[in-house]
Design a protein. Structure first.
Length: 565
């Protein structure tokens, strides 16, 4: 670990004196037009929703109508995700909902799933016709969902409302939670004295707090929130997280870091015992030329703490998409870690493994699984150099960020400049939550030619267990029947002689059945899968993937849907 005391002094001075006016003035929420109802034209107002399945990822659209169709002429972006801590098959996503792209007026949209993300319901917005923005969702230890949304009543009147779910599809009327622009929220899920405490911080430049403050907490599960308090230095565009011992951590501004060990004690005023800054090697100059998100951020600062038992427990991680000093890239995804509670930070590591050049790596997001694995996603233009066409990329680390898996491309490219709702951006962030089998991601993209919100589950099949890809050596034909309730026939062709494997994985990338693993000559063959696990147990209904590999190289895959009657 390097000692950063000199950089702390310089960085804190820079953030306090220059960044608040330079940056906060650029990206804040304003009401610039009235609410417009959905546009009704002569053409149909729906189109097919976008869905995609690959060996490493399952993607489905969230902002859909009652029949599962994409809604035309609207926009949805800046999503946030909550996973029920008691029942992970239940999730909620909130987003900025624009009912009509002819207006920038947005509302608090939300969707929910009860089957692990395979299907989503969009019941509508929390407060129809009321301006809401900057959604942040979280779950408490009992599985209850909370939704933090910014309200801008007029110039310099910014505050947040926090809603609590009363069921999968309904929320209460909301509680005034002071707050301000670009607030972030976290909930203590430990078994310590702060269990259930809700913490939030925001930019004090855009808040109706009379004391120019930027922090609040609730110590009674959201019944009410303490009036605004403050800390030094102020922060922008960052996140907060609770460590395994109940310590509260916050970050922002490209590396500023704060912690409080007593925020968990409801009878004590919050004290900030540590202020430091990770040297992110960041160049804060404005980018030149066309940006993939001209009117918004290119990624906020993400903070995470490792709660896994063992030597990584308590490590703190920081990630952000930043322009590196001396680099040719306009943005890279960079990572640093602390082993001493944030006192000192490691030299930054660049996670994107492309050749340094004029490509954008932006909207980086990070989360840590209970087993200690660090997951990172971002948008990347390396496959379309010289443009802003962006694909979703992924990498992970199993050793606390010392080393990283090769980058994996998870999606086709999309144009982030499409579908602007009288705004030149696709929001300001993505949101990811990891479990031991993979990562849940709420993200926005334009696969339909407009801004929509998607749920993705990223499996770990690609990083350690997946064979390298070699198209053309074999082909899986469509299974019949599909969907199926008991048995389905899987037919395949091989173009070369070799060791053939036909494998079945569930949606999380877990191998559930090996149908064959033997040497075969080129030709056609077929197998029957009766949807029983290796130990004879019945597998649950849902999405599965059949994978064909020849001589250790991935050849093809097919999606299967098991629907028992």
């Amino acid at each position: 670990m390097q000692n950063n005391y000199s950089s702390v002094r310089y960085f804190a001075f820079f953030c306090l004196i220059y960044l608040p006016g330079l940056l906060a003035a650029q990206h804040h929420e304003t009401i610039s037009g009235p609410y417009l109802p959905p546009a009704q034209g002569a053409t149909p107002n729906v189109s097919p929703a976008y869905q995609f399945s690959g060996p490493n990822i399952f993607v489905t659209q969230v902002n859909v109508d009652a029949n599962g169709n994409n809604i035309l002429n609207d926009a949805a972006n800046e999503p946030s995700l909550a996973v029920n801590s008691k029942d992970p098959s239940r999730m909620a996503i909130g987003w900025r909902q624009f009912d009509n792209i002819q207006s920038s007026f947005r509302q608090a949209g939300f969707g929910y799933t009860t089957d692990g993300g395979q299907h989503w319901t969009f019941p509508g917005v929390l407060d129809p016709g009321v301006f809401r923005s900057d959604p942040v969702l979280a779950s408490d230890a009992d599985g209850r969902f909370y939704y933090n949304a910014l309200t801008v009543e007029n110039v310099n009147q910014y505050h947040c409302t926090v809603y609590r779910a009363t069921s999968d599809s309904t929320w209460d009327e909301g509680v005034y939670a002071v707050g301000g622009d670009k607030a972030w929220m976290t909930i203590d899920q430990t078994e310590g004295p702060g269990k259930g405490h809700i913490y939030s911080n925001w930019s004090n430049n855009y808040s109706d707090c009379t004391n120019n403050s930027d922090f609040t907490r609730s110590v009674n599960q959201g019944d009410d929130y303490e009036y605004c308090s403050t800390f030094t230095p102020g922060m922008y565009w960052g996140t907060n997280v609770v460590g395994p011992d109940g310590t509260l951590y916050m970050s922002g501004n490209g590396g500023v870091f704060l912690s409080s060990s007593n925020a968990q004690f409801s009878d004590e005023p919050v004290e900030w015992a540590l202020s430091s800054a990770a040297d992110m090697n960041a160049d804060f100059q404005n980018w030149n030329g066309q940006s993939p998100n001209p009117g918004g951020l290119l990624g906020q600062n993400y903070l995470a703490v490792n709660a896994a038992p063992g030597p990584l427990n308590g490590q703190i991680y920081m990630l952000q998409s930043l322009k590196q000093i001396g680099a040719n890239d306009p943005r890279d995804v960079v990572f640093t870690r602390s082993n001493d509670g944030g006192l000192t930070w490691s030299p930054v590591v660049r996670i994107n493994d492309d050749n340094a050049g004029p490509e954008w790596q932006w909207f980086g997001a990070m989360s840590v699984a209970p087993n200690g694995r660090i997951d990172v996603v971002w948008l990347d233009t390396r496959d379309n150099p010289g443009t802003v066409l962006s694909s979703l990329y992924y990498a992970n680390s199993l050793d606390g960020g010392v080393s990283w898996s090769p980058n994996v491309r998870l999606s086709d490219a999309f144009d982030p400049l499409l579908g602007w709702p009288v705004q030149q951006k696709i929001g300001d962030y993505y949101h990811m939550i990891s479990d031991n089998n993979g990562a849940h991601l709420a993200w926005a993209a334009t696969f339909n030619g407009e801004q929509d919100v998607y749920y993705a589950h990223i499996s770990l099949l690609n990083t350690k267990t997946q064979e390298p890809q070699k198209p053309g050596i074999g082909k899986l034909l469509p299974p019949t029947p599909n969907p199926f309730s008991a048995e389905t026939t899987i037919r395949y062709e091989t173009a070369i002689a070799g060791q053939v494997k036909v494998l079945i994985f569930n949606q999380l990338g877990v191998l559930v059945r090996t149908l064959t693993e033997q040497a075969q000559m080129p030709g056609n063959d077929s197998l029957t899968w009766n949807a029983q696990g290796d130990q004879g147990q019945e597998l649950p209904n849902g999405l599965y993937f059949c994978r064909l590999a020849v001589d250790g190289a991935g050849a093809d895959f097919q999606k299967l849907v098991l629907m028992r009657k």
